[in-house]
Design a protein around this ligand. Sequence first.
Ligand code: F6P
Length: 369
Amino acid sequence: MSSPIRRIAICTGGGDAPGLNAVIRSVVIAAENRGWECYGIHDGFNGILFRERYPEGGVFRLTRATVRGIGPLGGTILGSTNKGDPLHFPVQMPDGTMRDTDRSDEILEYFAMKELDALVSIGGDGSLTIANALHKKGLRVVGVPKTIDNDLDKTFTTFGFDSAVSFATECLDRLHSTAESHHRVMVVEVMGRYAGWIALHSGIAGGSHAILIPEIPFDLDKVVAKIRSRDTQGRMYSIVLVAEGAEPIHGHREVLAPAEIGHAERLGGIGERIAKVLGEQTGKDVRVVVLGHLLRGGSPTAFDRLAAMRFGTAAVRALEEGQSGVMVALAFPNVNYVALEEVAGRMKGVPLDCDTLQTGRDVGICFGD
Ligand code: F6P
């Protein structure tokens, strides 16, 4: 039987996503309603690893008053980072080289020193992998699945995804009229890392004519044929939506910056690359729009706010029940708990037999295959 909870900490790691503040608010209120104190860790785990840099020394008190009104706000009041993995921390050696160092014991020592009983870790694959490692070392941890990319396994969806898809869809709606007026091809690049969820969902909802996702290596000749066929039908414009991680059958994905210790590679640039070829092959005017970080900003949709609140309160219930090493997950119609071990290090791509993909094919969208 685990000891009762009195004080918990919350951290947000990785790229931000709409709904983070709604999770924080719901955790704080549900925890206070149980008589627990809440503390926020600055910038992922950097608040602890670099505590001398922060005025309050790493964590700061969160109360009902601190979180009042933050539910609709984008970003995270805790701050976040995707450069502070305590399991793979870059440390400079005397000879100037960087060494991959495990600093996770410092997190446990800090929790013991501050008498923090448990952690609610809100993040994507990287953060949940860290959460799992901390759980295995004895920390009481519950994870909450966040990412606009929707690439986490064992949950129907992550919060942040719906907001990103809604925004991308609105952008596509706006691009139709300008593309049509100028008889142009608009190439739109969206985030998603190695998964095509954002591109697939927004592309279908926003009426794209071609959608290129990492799960389906593409042949640009197929896209050229699609554009030409539309032209012959008098539809003189086309919208081509490409996920940042998409790659040609005989080629490679576009990497803006390679991976470093404690930091994954940065993707981007595939839109420009295919636009050049599409322009040459079709003879049409082509423009590129990269939605990039715009997809991560703004207020969460109602779906994401509700998911965030359901996740946050479920995380508190899990801790109250004595659970640890689990992630709250959406398993329609309810929220359930899955072992972090089953989530850590796994990626959920778009299944090639899913009905959403088939929907796109049935309405004539070209997937480059
Ligand atoms: O994981 C979320 C995400 O937005 C990815 O879609 C994207 O590849 C990455 O983060 C970008 O990260 P950064 O903010 O480091 O550019």
